[in-house]
Design a protein. Structure first.
Lengths: 245, 245
């Protein structure tokens, strides 16, 4: 059931699911399951981001830096709260919705524990940016209520500007730092991709939505283009950091 | 300069500093320095509490428990923000105000790193409660503006009820846990006292205020009574937890 009134092209998001509210769109159980997956993944991602930023705050070289990271961590927690409340509102148990994504996200964080303050900043910046890009791509295909929520919790917590500023400063002070951090960013990207594949392989409803089955217009070619856009944006961000991607 | 209109007894806090607002009371440089110390200690205490709770969240046995701790950590961060903003408002550099207390608070946390979830809960509960009792005792002696702020940031973050509930549950399930946690609580109290002495020895303005020199009516006998009240409250809390103090 795709709720399309015509044979819309993928680009046309003004009709179909993207033009419906949650009450209408969620009548399709497969669409509903996909959105619950998405909100659960995003909620646990925010909770994990909270923990990671709080952890990185301990590596901060100054009290100002520490306070800055604590602020971002707290912002991530408030995003988590909104997602959890939304899951409850639509009659889902937040813990059950999050649990399928715990192993992949914990695995990612375990495999990429930063060894110092700069690695932590690069990780938070790269990780948040890729996740944001991905969710923004998905958001345009969602019903109006889910889209508004997803875009709201992706609001920049101020981390990007802070990370760019600190990392560029460190590279200016010692250019060799750039080489080490570029390798680190590549490792992060690789680990993120491998954990994403794990999630997609496990979660039928979610991957069906991503590949055109449920929400509007995602087909395999479009998924490929999406990954290209995300990779290009990553390359640009690395350049902005003064790193070769 | 004590701003007393009569030879008030210590109990009479309706006149003197406690009846003045900050603008009036802070004309006395020694009182001002003492309050800056107090706000600095409290601010760094909240930032350290944020870190500790976020760290403990990693030990949480369930996602609900993790989210509960993350919520409290976030509440502590907002308290920190209010204190930092207040320091800025009165023309003080928050970092400089906090720095004298970093070593003692970090030392306390380093010496008392919990080895599991229950030790973390007991530590947060015991530590927050003792700190709250202490700041409440001091608050009644402060000018009206400082008092309102200190009482506001001591507002219960919901941690006490949560910790009592979880710790009692664990002791019910295995009474031997009680013995271990009682020892742990005693160690925490000892370490807290030894770090407090370190701070008091280092900070003249603060300890002069505590011992009657600046704010209204604290004399050595009163400090003794204050410590008795705090210790008694601690004993009662330990009993509520099902632990012998």
């Amino acid at each position: 059931m795709r709720f399309m009134t015509t044979s819309d092209k993928p680009e046309n998001t003004a009709t179909g699911i993207a033009a419906q509210d949650w009450a209408t769109a969620s009548a399709d159980p497969q669409y509903r399951a996909a959105v619950v997956d998405l909100l659960g993944a995003l909620a646990y991602g925010e909770l994990a981001a909270f923990e990671r930023l709080a952890e990185d705050a301990k590596l901060a070289p100054t009290l100002e830096d520490k306070a800055e990271l604590a602020k971002m961590a707290s912002a991530e927690f408030h995003h988590f709260e909104r997602l959890r409340n939304r899951l409850t509102e639509i009659g889902e148990e937040p813990t059950l919705a999050m649990e399928p994504f715990v192993a992949a996200l914990d695995g990612f964080h375990r495999q990429t524990a930063p060894s110092d303050w700069l690695e932590g900043l690069v990780k938070a910046y790269v990780g948040d940016s890729i996740a944001s890009d991905f969710y923004r791509e998905v958001a345009v295909r969602l019903d109006t209520d889910s889209r508004a929520l997803v875009l709201a919790v992706l609001d920049d917590t101020g981390h990007a500007g802070f990370a760019v500023d600190r990392v560029r400063g460190a590279i200016d002070a010692d250019p060799r730092v750039g080489g080490r951090l570029a390798l680190w960013a590549r490792r992060l990207m690789g680990e993120a991709l491998s954990q994403s594949q794990r999630v997609v392989a496990d979660r039928d409803a979610l991957s069906t939505m991503l590949v055109g089955g449920v929400a509007d217009g995602f087909d395999l070619a479009e998924v490929g283009r999406m990954f290209s856009r995300i990779t290009e944006a990553h390359t640009k961000r690395m350049a902005a950091l003064g790193l070769a991607a």
